[in-house]
Write a protein that binds this ligand. Structure first.
Ligand SMILES: [Zn+2]
Length: 246
């Protein structure tokens, strides 16, 4: 058998025999969050899920169903965005990890598709590590360098990619049917001086929900970004497996 083992689509006996052989689990964490006028609310789940699938394919790992909600509180003023509280998200990831550990899985890789999930993921990973389950959390490593190399537009802020050329290109590579480039428009908002230093709804200074310029997006750029991210994921996973002998 080659490729990812899609846990939710398998009979339990197939999962049992994969676990017996020492399989690792890969958990994508996304969001239900606005992504401008041209991308769906599922964008971060689609992207995190796509990166997770390609990573799990290379590892022949157990691919878990994505968590389709995240902590997207600061986009709530745009309709459709639905958030989990940080504590709910942390507890959900910790519960899934604990279940995997009881099943006999020896390590979990979390692929994060949404910036706001970072804190809850780190806290869940710490709690699971303390009870003996190694957890590696990956957040599109090297994306800033890859974006600078592959994309033509300037990001709205350093390392800030939201419904822009980066995310739109990756969507064109993974879910072209869900992208409507005819509705894509650029927006470079002026960030308030206290951005990041106080809780703030993004809609207070952003009209469309786009940060940057999605118009130069192409599927080929998306493929290049995805392949760079997955390559880096695999390097980091190899180092993590070495450290834990898994
Ligand atoms: Zn996004």
């Amino acid at each position: 058998m080659t490729g990812a083992l899609d846990l939710a689509r398998l009979p339990w006996v197939d999962v049992a025999s994969a676990v017996e052989k020492g399989v690792l689990a890969v958990l994508p964490v996304g969001a239900c969050e606005q992504h401008g006028h041209h991308l769906p609310l599922s964008t971060d789940t689609d992207l995190g899920g796509g990166v997770a699938r390609r990573t799990a394919d290379a590892l022949q790992a157990l691919l878990l169903p994505a968590i389709a909600y995240g902590d997207a509180w600061n986009n709530e003023a745009f309709a459709g965005t639905l958030s989990l509280s940080p504590d709910t998200l942390r507890a959900t990831i910790a519960d899934i990890g604990a279940g995997l550990q009881r099943m006999g899985v020896r390590g979990m890789v979390v692929i994060n598709g949404h910036f706001g999930n970072r804190g809850p993921i780190e806290l869940a990973a710490r709690a699971l590590a303390q009870v003996g389950l190694p957890v590696l959390h990956l957040d599109y490593p090297r994306l800033e360098a890859l974006a600078a190399e592959i994309c033509d537009s300037t990001p709205a802020g350093p390392g800030f990619y939201h419904a822009d050329e980066v995310e739109t290109s990756m969507m064109l590579a993974l879910r072209p049917d869900a992208v409507d480039l005819t509705r894509a428009q650029p927006e470079y908002p002026t960030f308030p001086p206290t951005f990041g230093l106080e809780p703030m709804q993004l809609r207070a200074f952003n009209e469309t929900g786009v940060f940057g310029d999605p118009r130069p997006a192409t599927a080929a750029k998306g493929e290049a970004l995805l392949s760079g991210i997955v390559t880096e994921n695999l390097h980091l996973i190899a180092a993590w497996r070495d450290r834990h002998a898994i």
